[in-house]
Design a protein around this ligand. Structure first.
Ligand SMILES: *[C@@H]1O[C@H](CO)[C@@H](O)[C@H](O)[C@H]1NC(C)=O
Ligand SMILES: *[C@@H]1O[C@H](CO)[C@@H](O)[C@H](O)[C@H]1NC(C)=O
Ligand SMILES: *[C@@H]1O[C@H](CO)[C@@H](O)[C@H](O)[C@H]1NC(C)=O
Ligand SMILES: *[C@@H]1O[C@H](CO)[C@@H](O)[C@H](O)[C@H]1NC(C)=O
Ligand SMILES: *[C@@H]1O[C@H](CO)[C@@H](O)[C@H](O)[C@H]1NC(C)=O
Ligand SMILES: *[C@@H]1O[C@H](CO)[C@@H](O)[C@H](O)[C@H]1NC(C)=O
Ligand SMILES: *[C@@H]1O[C@H](CO)[C@@H](O)[C@H](O)[C@H]1NC(C)=O
Ligand SMILES: *[C@@H]1O[C@H](CO)[C@@H](O)[C@H](O)[C@H]1NC(C)=O
Ligand SMILES: CC(=O)N[C@H]1CO[C@H](CO)[C@@H](O)[C@@H]1O
Length: 677
């Protein structure tokens, strides 16, 4: 049973998942309801492909917030994936989809080859663990490296994927959830009496990034008997029952790994309610905080089901570390609320003392998160906390004062964020800025609106706007604007049929240009639904007014829209900084180029046919010059070519593709997506 899958399909599937899970556990459940009220999603006119969650602040004190960006990866939302937001909650980058399939977790800035990169886990989410690999992206949002767990087992898990400290960006730490056969009949508490038992071993590896070799591996069953676990088989939503290899007992649940300068490791095991220091030489347990065999007397705290243990400081007598105390696993609690904590261990007196604590600034006194969560100590002295199971995050000053508290979705949405963090980041995507232009009346009466954005670009401070009467120019500078939020809107009192926008940096230098954009002017039928900034959402045509669909039909000229593509050689121009990509022809070998030439010739006939069939470009009046049979043949050829990658390069990206069969539930408008349990 997989209830944590994150595709849109999962919203439909998880209705059943949630129900059976709750039935199994007999617990009172949350009412998961994913829609635009519980998980508000942005709409950008320049990027209708993006569906970034909207950040909702309940506390925001900009003057006290640490400069930087917030990095997080929501899942079980509309478009899961890594996201970057600025301190005002504006989207900076949506990596949903473009960063790879399935779920991402814990995007963070990491140092690789001496430069800032973006590191995150990517993979398939299961109940309480994941299978996937680590991804390293450069500042152009290109995946430059993936890192896989190695050795003889499962692929890596999402709980940890980080550069190993003191490795100079050469090795990573990653967790592996490894199911194994295990004799569970020896302990009656396990209730696995009459056959093979199955257990999940908590494994972590340190992997050399370039060679993929295992530098160090540690396995929990070498050191911890399952009898020491706080989470018995069949006791929680992530425990498993141990009866089957598909439901192995997750007795350990390793959920963080860190390394110190001596080469020793700090790990957190949620299902042991313990944090361990392990020898980097032979893996033996050097000390244990919490759990069933505690090394230290905890003078002023109790914790359980904790996450994200990190070294802060060590000397010969003391260890200071941070962790996120969940205080609960939703079935068993040691505290009322979750906290970010700092603990000081005195190795002379054998005591552990809580020296700082941050809770969520909720009216009731805090948040209790049943799973996930993290605490990040910032250089500024402030603390950033991700509230895990709840898609909330906050920043606090050292004395505990909350200076920012925000959520990406309501609690009943069931959207989660495993960890969130804050970093500085400078990046320039390979894509061009995206522009959409609109004019309600097509003349001075309404003027013209520009909507421009550049997903992932951090250095844009303003936009220059240019217009022309033809996509071949000449271009006239018509105005500029300061960048506002993810998408900048600019209003121009006149109208031009073509436009482009140019991103400008803080020094006023141009960085990159958008494609040339044909101004959208609504037809007389559509204009009644529009204002000067765009048009209303369509509603479904009532059944009695629907026009039947026939597969092949001669299209009447009067039904053809003016909003089709134009000469594709005129969509892009050279970039101001000479970053223009080489033309397609230049990238092809000579032999391929010859073949392409032949295809292009056939394609040209096809395009001509389409123009005849589909109405020609503005200014052309070569309509109806070919006999019908030739037009039909040309259309067929064009369609066949369009199905190949090559054909679409020749014919432009907007060739027709075969319609896919769609799941009935998914074919309905996306804003009605929901799942209930
Ligand atoms: C979702 O809600 C937000 C905020 O209320 C709104 O701006 C946005 O347009 C809505 N999206 C849809 C698809 O209705
Ligand atoms: C709850 O915690 C207690 C220790 O306080 C432990 O003995 C018990 O096994 C735990 N129960 C579950 C379901 O984890
Ligand atoms: C904890 O303190 C108690 C008495 O306060 C003492 O008996 C015990 O040995 C201490 N345990 C450890 C591990 O230091
Ligand atoms: C180690 O650090 C602790 C906490 O900062 C401090 O109190 C202690 O004096 C230090 N010990 C040594 C030997 O430097
Ligand atoms: C970002 O850089 C500024 C200026 O150097 C610094 O004050 C701030 O602490 C940094 N932010 C983070 C999250 O590291
Ligand atoms: C487009 O042509 C009209 C008429 O010739 C001219 O007034 C206008 O300035 C031109 N617009 C641009 C952007 O070049
Ligand atoms: C527009 O450009 C001018 C000249 O470069 C500059 O002085 C001005 O600040 C810009 N205005 C905006 C709103 O960016
Ligand atoms: C159906 O179309 C007719 C004529 O175009 C229009 O008068 C009528 O309002 C439409 N019905 C609905 C329910 O939209
Ligand atoms: C203190 C705290 O946040 N505890 C939470 C830990 O996680 C469980 C669910 O797994 C919640 O029910 C607890 O409230």
């Amino acid at each position: 049973m997989r209830c944590f899958s994150s595709s849109v399909g999962a919203f439909v599937r998880s209705a059943t998942c949630g129900l059976s899970l709750l039935a199994l556990l007999g617990s009172s459940g949350v009412n998961a309801d994913l829609n635009n009220a519980t998980s508000p999603t942005s709409q950008f006119k320049s990027r209708p492909d993006l569906h970034a969650p909207i950040v909702d602040f309940s506390i925001l004190r900009p003057e006290l917030i640490t400069p930087g960006y917030i990095f997080l990866a929501p899942y079980r939302n509309l478009d899961p994936g890594p996201y970057i937001y600025d301190n005002n909650g504006n989207l900076v980058w949506s990596g949903a989809g473009s960063s790879g399939p399935k779920t991402a977790h814990t995007p963070r800035v990491c140092q690789y080859k001496g430069e800032d990169h973006l590191c995150y886990f990517q993979g398939e989410q299961h109940q309480g663990f994941a299978r996937g690999h680590g991804v390293i992206m450069d500042k152009n949002y290109r995946i430059v490296k993936t890192v896989e767990s190695s050795g003889a087992g499962a692929s890596s898990d999402m709980h940890e994927f980080k550069m190993a400290p003191y490795s100079d960006g050469t090795t990573v730490l990653m967790t592996v959830y490894q199911p194994r056969q295990y004799d569970l009949t020896t302990n009656p508490r396990f209730n696995v009496q009459n056959g093979m038992g199955w257990i999940v071993e908590g494994v972590f590896q340190e992997i050399d990034i370039e060679t993929g070799n295992v530098v160090f591996e540690w396995r929990s069953l070498d050191h911890f008997d399952p009898g020491l676990s706080w989470t018995l088989p069949q006791s929680t939503d992530t425990s498993g029952d141990g009866l089957h290899e598909q439901s192995p007992w997750d007795y350990f649940h390793i959920n963080s790994v860190d390394k110190n300068e001596d080469g020793d490791y700090l790990i957190s095991a949620r299902h042991m309610s313990a944090i361990y220091k392990l020898s980097g030489v032979d893996g033996h347990i050097m000390w244990e905080m919490g759990g069933l065999n505690p090394t230290f007397n905890q003078t002023n705290f109790q914790f359980s089901y904790q996450h994200h243990a990190r070294w802060i400081y060590e000397n010969s007598t003391h260890t200071i570390l941070s962790f996120y105390d969940n205080a609960s696993n939703t079935f068993n609690s040691t505290g009322k609320f979750s906290h970010g904590w700092i603990i000081s261990i005195n190795h002379i007196a054998n005591t552990a003392t809580k020296i700082a604590q941050w809770g969520a600034p909720e009216k009731e006194g805090g948040l209790l998160s049943g799973s996930q969560g993290n605490i990040q100590l910032l250089q500024s002295g402030n603390v950033h906390i991700g509230w895990g199971e709840h898609p909330y995050f906050s920043e606090h000053t050292a004395d505990g004062t909350p200076v920012m508290y925000a959520k990406l979705a309501e609690r009943d949405s069931n959207v989660m964020i495993y960890r969130s963090n804050k970093y500085n980041w400078t990046a320039q995507p390979l894509t061009k800025p995206a522009l959409w232009t609109f004019s309600r009346t097509g003349d001075r009466q309404s003027g013209m609106r520009f909507f421009v954005s550049w997903n992932g670009a951090t250095e844009v401070r303003g936009w220059n706007f240019f217009a022309a009467n033809s996509s071949a120019g000449p271009w006239a500078f018509i105005g500029n604007a300061t960048k506002t939020g993810f998408e900048t809107e600019y209003s121009f009192p006149a109208v031009a049929p073509w436009a482009y926008a140019e991103a400008v940096d803080a020094a006023g230098h141009p960085i990159e240009r958008s494609a040339f954009q044909r101004t959208f002017v609504p037809s007389p039928g559509l204009v009644n639904f529009c204002d000067d900034r765009g048009c209303a959402m369509s509603e479904k045509t009532p059944d009695e007014n629907r026009t039947g669909y026939e597969a092949r039909v001669f299209v009447d000229q009067k039904y053809l829209s003016p909003n089709r593509g134009f000469d594709t050689t005129h969509y892009y121009q050279d970039s101001p900084r000479g970053r223009a990509r080489r033309s397609f022809g230049a990238r092809m070998g000579a032999a391929v180029a010859v073949f392409l030439g032949a295809v292009a010739l056939v394609g040209a006939v096809g395009v001509l046919g389409l123009r005849v069939l589909g109405g020609a470009r503005e200014g052309d009046d070569d309509k109806n010059v070919l006999p019908l049979w030739l037009r039909e043949r040309a259309m067929g050829l064009r369609e066949e070519l369009g199905r190949t990658g090559l054909g679409s390069r020749v014919l432009g990206a907007y060739t027709r593709v075969e319609e896919k069969e769609m799941d009935e539930d998914l074919a309905s408008p996306r804003q009605h997506w929901r799942h209930q349990s």
